[in-house]
Design a protein around this ligand. Structure first.
Ligand code: PFF
Length: 456
């Protein structure tokens, strides 16, 4: 059978919509606000933004370059570049890691995406109206404790993702982001406007932008780096595979800066949609992962009738953000199987989705029936971690960072400078030299240090 044809984005703008769609996700709207709240506000935001600029943009450029220059999915792309190198085996392993990490992330991401579908549905049928005290927390617990609900919503989330990816780049991914991304921005702006009119905007502004430097600790820097990698979809194949659909006339540095700015902008806007109302209603703002799923329903309920509308909008926003990310997480494997293997795209999507579903069921059940199973509990690093905990730690902490570290060494030291020079399209300018220096020295050392601290 003929391998599938390698498609291209219709334009730089559609690429940007898709790449921003990948970057903007649960990480921005669900995770960023509570991580900021747990880590003391402004100081965290400042370090986060610094990491996005110093590590994030150079790595985005590197991953886009590997994808575009090779015009191949991640595993083959890295293998192609690594072929002549002495460290060929290492680069082979890196390619595999770029292929498998997104699937690992997708197992737990699909479960949380399922929560957003459950909440969007629940909000729209009025499940959260007239909440009694404490009801919101127990409803969230009920969801986590229900194997059937978790698996049902996760299955729907995976089904939607497979359905979109199966249709291919132009009719699947592009069409989806063209509709969902503008909708996402409109909903976000409505929510921010509403929150800033009715909520405590001044307090939120101070909370997010007035850094208390005494709060900066090594742990805070680690949290910020992890959040930045996850939020920018780095080290996980999504950006690389999207880069492989770029044509040569599109500027990689411009696209990388665009993705980083839009992603950070949306994370900050999500903060401005959530904190003003959380502060105004005097509810606990450091509620951890429950901030969005426990605290916000209380706030929407207190708003009366209009609250239900904003509640539906908010959880739709989360669901849209999730879908535009899950498709980018499934795409590396599907592209690899269909372009370099012998599967038709639709089949590749269904098979990958099936494997994902099986692992996803274990992940979902590790919230309830399997909560006492600690697969690698005999190792100190994994002590007390559930199946979900192990997969999340390995994919989102260990291998994402390791991939980022190795890919910078790969681009900075293994790929010929003439190739990178040509791909960046910046000439031998100061900008190019800064990027090259960051990729050769600053990123590997910085990420290496962070990795050492997290893992070793
Ligand atoms: N960037 C996404 C978010 O912030 O929710 C998550 C993600 C998507 C991570 C795609 C990695 C990836 F390849």
């Amino acid at each position: 059978m003929q391998p599938a044809k390698h498609e291209h984005w219709s334009s730089g703008f559609t690429f940007l919509l898709a790449a921003v769609g990948s970057a903007v996700g649960l990480g921005n709207i669900w995770r960023f606000p509570y991580v900021v709240a747990e880590n003391g506000g402004g100081a965290f935001v400042l370090i986060y933004l610094a990491i996005v600029f110093v590590f994030g943009i150079p790595l985005l450029m590197s991953e886009l370059m590997i994808g575009r220059s090779s015009q191949k999915p991640p595993l083959s792309a890295i293998q192609t570049f690594g072929r002549g190198s002495r460290a060929k085996k290492l680069w082979n392993a890196l390619g595999w890691s770029y292929l498998l990490v997104p699937l690992g992330i997708l197992t737990f991401y699909s479960v949380v995406a399922g929560w957003t579908l459950d909440y969007a549905f629940g909000m729209s049928i009025g499940t959260f109206n007239n909440l009694e005290d404490g009801a919101s927390a127990s409803m969230f617990q009920d969801l986590l404790q229900s194997p059937i609900k978790l698996v049902f919503w996760m299955t729907l989330s995976i089904g939607i993702t497979v359905g979109i990816v199966a249709r291919g780049l132009k009719s699947g991914l592009e069409q989806t982001v063209k509709i969902l991304m503008p909708a996402l921005f409109v909903i976000l702006i409505i929510l921010v406007l509403y929150a800033s009119i009715t909520g405590d905007f001044a307090k939120s502004f101070a909370f997010m932008f007035e850094p208390d430097f005494s709060k900066i600790t090594p742990e805070l820097v680690l949290m910020a780096a992890g959040q930045a990698f996850f939020s920018l979809s780095l080290g996980s194949g999504a950006i690389m595979v999207y880069g492989s659909y770029l044509t040569r006339d599109i500027s990689i540095p411009k696209m990388a800066v665009g993705v980083a700015l839009a992603d950070s902008g949306v994370a900050l806007l999500a903060g401005f949609a959530i904190f003003p109302i959380v502060f105004a209603f005097g509810v606990d703002h450091s509620a951890g992962p429950g901030l969005v799923f426990v605290t916000l329903p209380i706030v929407f309920n207190d708003m009366g009738g209009i609250g239900q509308i904003f509640g539906v909008l908010f959880f739709l926003l989360l669901a849209f953000a999730a879908v535009t990310s899950t498709i980018s997480l499934l795409e590396p494997m599907v592209a690899q199987l269909s372009e370099e293997g012998t599967f038709k795209r639709a089949r590749a999507a269904i098979y990958s989705g099936a494997v994902l579903w099986v692992v996803g069921v274990f992940v979902a059940l590790s919230n309830n029936i399997l909560s006492d199973v600690h697969p690698l509990g005999f190792l100190p690093l994994f002590e007390g971690k559930t199946i979900e905990g192990v997969i999340e730690f390995l994919s989102a902490n260990v291998f994402m960072l390791l991939n980022g570290l190795l890919v910078s060494v790969f681009v900075g030291w293994s790929i010929k400078r003439t190739v990178t020079l040509e791909e960046m399209g910046l000439g031998d300018s100061v900008l190019f030299k800064i990027w090259f220096m960051l990729v050769r020295f600053v990123v590997p050392l910085g990420v290496g240090f962070i990795f050492y601290d997290v893992v070793l």
